[in-house]
Design a protein around this ligand. Structure first.
Ligand code: PMP
Length: 394
C-alpha cells in the first residue's frame, strides 16, 4: 500500500535518541534520562479510597460524557487552591481543563501557527513543545537563555527589528531542560515588551510549585493586565501525571477558541479522572503533599550537585537548580554528548543529550540530568560512573 502521509504527519519524526534511550529501562542501568515524578510518592491509598467513593457515589456522572471546558467543581478548586497560591486571579470563564498540558501545547499550535509563521522559543526549550508546534510548520526563532532566564535584550532587539512572532513560548520556572528560573526583573520586562509589541506569551509552568527556595517568583500571568499571557498548569508533577489533568488560563475569547478545538479533538478530559482529582483535592491538602515532594527532590538535587562537584572536572559547568526535576550540564564545545551517551551506556548510566532541546539544532555539548525519580544512593553511584566517562575527555 502506498501510504500518503500529510505534510503535517511527515514533519513529526521519531527522536533519534529514542532508540538509545530504550536501553535505559534495563535494571542495571542508572538512568538520569527520564523526566518522571517519583512514583513512590503518589498517595496511592488515598487515591484508591477516593476513586472507589467517586464510582459508588457519583458513578453515573463520573462515567458519563461531561462538558468540554471541564468539571466546574475542579475548575473552581484549581482557581482557589492552585492559582490563588501563585497570585493569579481568574474567573470560571478564564480556565479550562486539558488532558495534561501537553494537549494544551498542541492546541496552542493548532490555534496560532500557519505554515512559516515565526515562533519565539527559549534556547534550549522543552522538546515536547517543539515537537507539538512542529506539526504546524512554524519557523523557530531561538532566544538564548541566560542564568536568570530569557535574554530580554535580544528579544527586544528582534522585536525592534520588525520581527513579528505569533507567540513567545517560555517556561519561566525551573525550566525543562535547563533548570533555570526567570528573575522577577525579566518577567516585568517581558510584560512591558509584550504590551509594547503586541506579543502573545505562552507561559508553561509545570514546575513552579516544586520550589526548593523559600520564596516562589510570581508567574508572568500575574503581571498581565491585557489578557495576552496564556498560562498552562498541570497536576502531573505535584499529584500524578497518569490522571492527565492540566489547565489553561487565558482571556475568555481565547478560552472559547480552545474549547472549540478540544471539541474536535477528544470532546473532554476524562470525567472520571476529573472527579477523582476534585474529590481528592476536597478531602486532602495538596499543599502538604507538595511539601513532601519538595523535601525528597531537594535532597536528591543536593546529592546530585554535590557528587558532580566532587567528581566532575571543574571545567564542566551545570545549573544549580532551585526547584523542579533537572540540572543541565555543559561540556567542552567540541564534545558531542550523543557520542558520550553511547559510551556512558557501556558504564550503565544514561542521560539525555542536549541537542534535541535546541529548536534549530547545532549545539551538541549539553546534557540533561534528572534527579527526581531515583534514590540518593543511586544518584551518587550514577554520577560517579558518568564522571568516569566524561573525565576521559579532560
Ligand atoms: N511542559 C513542560 C515544560 C514539561 O516538562 C511537560 C512534561 N514533561 C509538559 C509540559 C507536559 O506535561 P503534562 O502533559 O503531563 O501536563
Amino acid at each position: 500500500m502506498n501510504i500518503d502521509f500529510s505534510d503535517r504527519a511527515l514533519r513529526i519524526k521519531a527522536s533519534e535518541i529514542r532508540e538509545l534511550l530504550k536501553l535505559t529501562v534495563q535494571p542495571n542501568i542508572i538512568s538520569f534520562a527520564g523526566g518522571l515524578p517519583a512514583a513512590e510518592l503518589f498517595p496511592l491509598a488515598d487515591i484508591a479510597d477516593v476513586a472507589k467513593d467517586v464510582i459508588l457515589n457519583e458513578g453515573q456522572s463520573a462515567l458519563q460524557y461531561s462538558p468540554t471546558e471541564g468539571l466546574q467543581k475542579l475548575r473552581e478548586i484549581i482557581i482557589s487552591q492552585r492559582l490563588e497560591r501563585v497570585n493569579i486571579k481568574a474567573d470560571l470563564d478564564e480556565i479550562f481543563i486539558t488532558s495534561g498540558s501537553q494537549q494544551a501545547l498542541d492546541y496552542v499550535g493548532k490555534m496560532f501557527i500557519n505554515e512559516g509563521d515565526k515562533i519565539f522559543v527559549e534556547s534550549p526549550t522543552y522538546l515536547g513543545a517543539l515537537n507539538a508546534f512542529l506539526a504546524y510548520g512554524p519557523e523557530y526563532v531561538e532566544i538564548p537563555l541566560q542564568c536568570d532566564g530569557i535574554d530580554t535584550d535580544r528579544l527586544e532587539e528582534l522585536l525592534k527589528s520588525g520581527l513579528k512572532p505569533k507567540f513567545l513560548y517560555t517556561i519561566p520556572d525551573f525550566q525543562n531542560p535547563s533548570g533555570i528560573t526567570m528573575s522577577m526583573e525579566k518577567r516585568k520586562k517581558l510584560i512591558v515588551l509584550a504590551n509594547e509589541y503586541d506579543l502573545v506569551i505562552i507561559e508553561d509552568s509545570p514546575y513552579a510549585e516544586l520550589c526548593f527556595a523559600s520564596e516562589q517568583i510570581r508567574p508572568i500571568k500575574s503581571l498581565d493586565t491585557e489578557g495576552r499571557v496564556i498560562y498552562l498548569g498541570t497536576y502531573s508533577k505535584t499529584f500524578t501525571p497518569g490522571l492527565r489533568i492540566g489547565w489553561v488560563v487565558g482571556n475568555p475569547v481565547l478560552i472559547n477558541k480552545f474549547i472549540q478545538i478540544k471539541q474536535g479533538s477528544d470532546l473532554q478530559t476524562s470525567s472520571l479522572d476529573q472527579r477523582i482529582a476534585a474529590e481528592y483535592m476536597t478531602r486532602f491538602d495538596l499543599n502538604k503533599h507538595i511539601t513532601k515532594i519538595i523535601d525528597v527532590y531537594s535532597k536528591r538535587r543536593t546529592v546530585m550537585l554535590d557528587t558532580m562537584k566532587a567528581h566532575f572536572h571543574p571545567d564542566i559547568t551545570y545549573t544549580e537548580s532551585d526547584g523542579g526535576l533537572f540540572t543541565w550540564a555543559k561540556v567542552k564545545e567540541d564534545m558531542d554528548t550523543k557520542a558520550i551517551l553511547a559510551e556512558a551506556l557501556l558504564e550503565n548510566v544514561a542521560f539525555v543529550p542536549g541537542a534535541s532541546f535546541f529548536a534549530n539544532g547545532g549545539k551538541n555539548n549539553f546534557m540533561r540530568l534528572n534527579y527526581s525519580c531515583m534514590s540518593e544512593e543511586k544518584i551518587r553511584e550514577g554520577i560517579e560512573r558518568l564522571a568516569k566517562v566524561l573525565n576521559k575527555y579532560y
